[in-house]
Design a protein around this ligand. Sequence first.
Ligand code: AMP
Length: 370
Amino acid sequence: MIKIHDKIFVPYLSEGEIDGIVNRIANQINADYKGKQPLFIGIMNGSFMFASDLMKKIELTCEISFVKFASYVRMESSGELTNLVGLQQSIKDRHVVIVEDIIDTGQTLEKVIHMMEKQGAASIRIATLLLKPDVFNKNYDVDYVGKDIPNKFVVGYGLDYDQLGRNLSEIYQIEEKNNMLNIVLFGPPGAGKGTQAERIVEKYQLFHLSTGDVFRYNIKNETELGKLAKSYMDKGQLVPDEVTIKLLISEVEKHPEAKGFIFDGFPRTKPQAAALDEILAERETEIRMMLGLDVTEAELKSRLLERAKTSGRADDANPEIIQNRIDVYKEETAPVKAFYAAQNKFIKIDGLGSIDEITARLFEAIDSAG
Ligand code: AMP
């Protein structure tokens, strides 16, 4: 991973991959131009590395020249072609091979081609290392394409981001993380996760995903999943990872429009945490932070027994089951903290005090962690 100006770039094409591409194009050109003496015209500045490596592999008698114009301004093509400079030889009756590093809309090149046609070139072909087919919208053939790439910004191997990065020997792609705000709200049973999650959801417009709530919904509707989950929940045990992870994936998939998720009661084991990272990575996003509510065991027990008076939850009413849930938390769930701490994402929140006080602490942590 590298940083250029304000942007992060991740490796995209290695030296070896680029070399393979250059070889392939050189072989094709060597075969196609056998017996001819082509004139290669590299478009500066970006094509200098590609042109250099390509020319070393050209076995024909040939000439090379470079032309230059300034049409790229920072991230976007300005679309304006200024003067083309540097072409010294006449291209009349010549077999021209234009050498480009990258073609996106193709607009710049179209003007160059027209100009060369007017000057009477015998033939004009284009060799580009990279092509963005999603944005290329011109009506001419690109004869030699090293690689089709998605419409994402790339640097290295001649390509720049605001003039930097041309010297890199590999090609990097801009890291476009999906900007979702995904939070794990963590803590033992009775820590106040459900209550606080509702407030966070309201303020930050996130989707609240509580695996416990989804299991209870299934129990109420007497689904197969509900029956299975109930057998574990009634004893204060965890529902097996395989079942829980599958459920989580289907819940995440149901809400592709979410600005972010607040995960409440998930992940509860290390395998669940690892699965969550994978699920989010597939969607080009990640967990931003884990907020861990810190509450004493005595306080947890009294809160759960108090909640039992209104929640109707069997697992809240029985002190033995409560103890079992707390023990399961200590043994299986607490280690999940280390998983996020290792990624620098764990934030401990004092979970004692009034509901409003705890909410204020959570909001402050979210705002300052960004
Ligand atoms: P909760 O509503 O989060 O307190 O969860 C109630 C019960 O649902 C737990 O005691 C477990 O039996 C089950 N459960 C909820 N989330 C999970 C999870 N991520 N992994 C395994 N079991 C879970």
